[in-house]
Design a protein around this ligand. Structure first.
Ligand code: URA
Length: 434
């Protein structure tokens, strides 16, 4: 087989066989195929697309390049949740203890990632002492004793994805539905869960900017999951404005804790309940939506979910004082109010620009290995549909580096649109694919 022929075949719009995809992915992971040839193939795949069979073959080829985690020593149905990524997305920090408090084992492997803020691991590290570097044995033991553990994803899982993603990132080939679907699903399959719940985001702060593309991505991932014997459901959720009111690592943990205590923002709470309803269904607890909702709401209201979070923090050596003193999570040296230039109703808050502001303030990474400022971020005071007076604060910026203020304010200013007429609140859940 010659790489040249496989590039030409995809360029001309023909599907590749399983053996041909295996050849490409294995060869690239073992450094037997160079970046320039793989980049050409990725661009051909980006433009021509991959059919269903090619996409699930690509997923399995990627899985085979690394280790697969064996969770069979954990009792019960293991359900994994994954978000395609959004601004202010602290869902895992709420959902993981909420689900564990109901008796569903949560063996969660998370990432750090690039972007507007860190990933779930970075966010949890905003709790002083919190240790995400568990051994596999500690991880399994914690799930078997307290029902929950969260650790960093092993480097040995899907090494092909790390190489491919870095190449896609610099060759304008990230935003392809089959490439995103196989990247996400390969990691989920290798992580060992029995069932997978996907949160596919759509809107200005997401990879997918319109509903049809999000639906296609959701359908593609659900098909891959089902073809590979993992029960998979996708929820399509709105990412046209940031989720909740906070963006930034420690600020997001604070909001997640408030949500676990029953005082969270409506959109975040609703999304966690919807994902929870789907998880309860996949785990065989109940497929009655009303019953599932009652179980989840009761767990929050009774304090069970929050108490599970406390157990998680304790087991992973985090400072429990944070839970009684949430101000420990908003410690940036500089706070600046962002003042409304207009009077009216907020028509839109571009999530991508809010995310960019958060990155400028220091909360995220531009490239792998960048240091992030855990206390930097934004707290919105108003969301879409809210009425605002000229001169009123729209948001508080938190940062430690005074040099970033000007650029952050300019960027955030471009995110807002106002209307003289009342604006309808946006729904958070837009669809489900089973
Ligand atoms: N998240 C992933 O893990 N992979 C992609 O390709 C896009 C988002």
């Amino acid at each position: 087989m010659r790489v040249y022929d496989l590039i030409a075949k995809k360029r001309d719009g023909f599907p590749l066989s399983k053996e041909e995809i295996d050849f490409l992915i294995e060869g690239y992971t073992k450094n037997e195929i160079d970046d320039y040839q793989m980049a050409a193939w990725l661009m051909a795949a980006f433009i021509r697309g991959l059919n269903e069979e090619e996409t699930s073959n690509l997923t399995m080829s990627m899985v085979k390049t690394g280790k697969t985690i064996d969770l069979s020593s954990i009792k019960g149905v293991k359900v994994d949740k994954h978000s395609t990524g959004g601004v202010g997305d602290k869902t895992t920090i709420v959902l993981a203890p909420l689900i564990a408090s109901i008796g569903i084992p949560v063996a969660k492997m998370s990432g750090r990632g690039l972007g507007h803020t860190g990933g779930t691991l970075d966010k949890l590290e905003a709790i002083p002492g919190f240790d995400v570097n568990l051994t596999s044995q500690e991880f399994i033991e914690n799930v078997n004793t307290i029902g929950i553990a969260i650790m960093g994803q092993s480097d040995e899982i899907v090494p092909a994805d790390k190489k491919l993603y870095s190449l896609r990132d610099v060759t304008a080939t990230v935003n392809s539905i089959p490439l995103i679907a196989s990247s996400i699903m390969s990691k989920k399959i290798a992580s060992g869960a029995d069932c997978i719940v996907l949160d596919v985001k759509v809107g200005s702060g997401a990879f997918m900017k319109n509903y049809d593309d999000a639906l296609k991505l959701a359908q593609t991932m659900v098909q891959i999951g089902n073809m590979l014997n993992r029960k998979t459901i996708a929820v399509i959720s709105n990412m046209d404005q940031p989720l909740g009111y906070t963006i930034g690592n420690s600020l997001e943990v604070k909001e997640a804790i408030e949500t676990l205590q029953g005082n969270g923002p409506k959109d975040l709470t609703e999304l966690c309940l919807e994902l929870g309803i789907q998880i309860l269904s996949l785990a065989g607890v109940t497929s009655d939506r009303n019953k599932a909702r009652t179980i989840l709401v009761d767990s929050i209201n009774s304090g069970k979910a929050f108490s599970k979070f406390r157990q998680l923090i304790y087991a992973q050596k985090g400072d429990l004082n944070v839970l009684n003193n949430l101000d420990m999570l908003s410690q940036a040296a500089i706070r600046k109010e962002f003042i409304s230039p207009s009077e009216g109703y907020i028509k839109s808050i571009n999530a991508e620009l809010v995310g960019k502001t958060s990155l400028i303030l220091g909360a995220g990474r531009q490239k792998k290995g960048d240091k992030i400022d855990l206390f930097a971020g934004i707290e919105l005071k108003k969301k879409v549909g809210d009425k605002v007076l000229k001169g009123e604060s729209l948001a508080t910026l938190y940062f430690n580096n005074p040099l970033v203020e000007q650029e952050a304010i300019l960027t955030l200013g471009a995110a807002y649109q106002f209307s003289d007429l009342p604006v309808q609140e946006q729904p958070i859940i837009l669809g489900t694919v089973k």
